[in-house]
Ligand binder design. Sequence first.
Ligand code: URA
Length: 263
Amino acid sequence: MPEALATVDGVSDQPGDGAADHPDGERLQKVLARTGFGSRRACEELIADGRVLVNGEVAQLGARVRPDDEVAVDGAVISTKVDGVTYLLNKPAGVVTTANDTHDRPTVVSLVPDEPRVFPVGRLDLDTEGLLLLTNDGALAHRLSHPSFGVEKEYLVHVRGRPSRSALRRLREGVELDDGLTAPAKVSVMAPGLLRLTIHEGRNRQVRRMCEAVGHPVLRLARSRIGPIADSRLAPGEWRPLDRSELLALQSAVSEVSPDRPS
Ligand code: URA
């Protein structure tokens, strides 16, 4: 069973009774309404139309679910946590991507509200700017950072010099680094010395090392997109919560089945 659709607690109901139905759980239409799918009546229709899965099985009207149950609407797993929160931050250079810094430098966590407690999804280098997600949804964070889910990350990269065609080809074919060959990057030249580079792996300092390896050290690096999420109007240091359609797009980006995904 794909991880995205597996039950977390491994509890299954009687054979053949369809999706999980926990008498002590919350009514499914109420959970859907709370997470933004419209009125309870509209959510009942979603269920009746067979568009809602619980733990991979079509949900029945009247089903009750627990927080551990995996709920999907139209194939996209949704976060049902009552206090689930995901922020998009435009990280300025000089801010560390950790919760606490031993050298007392500002951290990304100090730029967003204290409660509920969130943690960064993946990492940007101290000098890298741009978009970073912070969430308290561990499953979402895991899927977004695991390379097998193939979520694209797009960067604007100022490099030293003007990359030749052969340097660009090397980036597009994959670059041999000391930890192995990278996957091919998508690369376009925005201006002389300015590249838009998209990768889906998350190796340490990957973009800097790839550009350095083809002879063009990075002068400035900013992440401009994470999967379906972009926002060119968010100023450095600013953050905002993701809206419902962004959350759904993100959940959908990490629920598509990939052949090399661990199950
Ligand atoms: N690649 C890098 O080299 N640094 C980052 O911060 C992100 C991607």
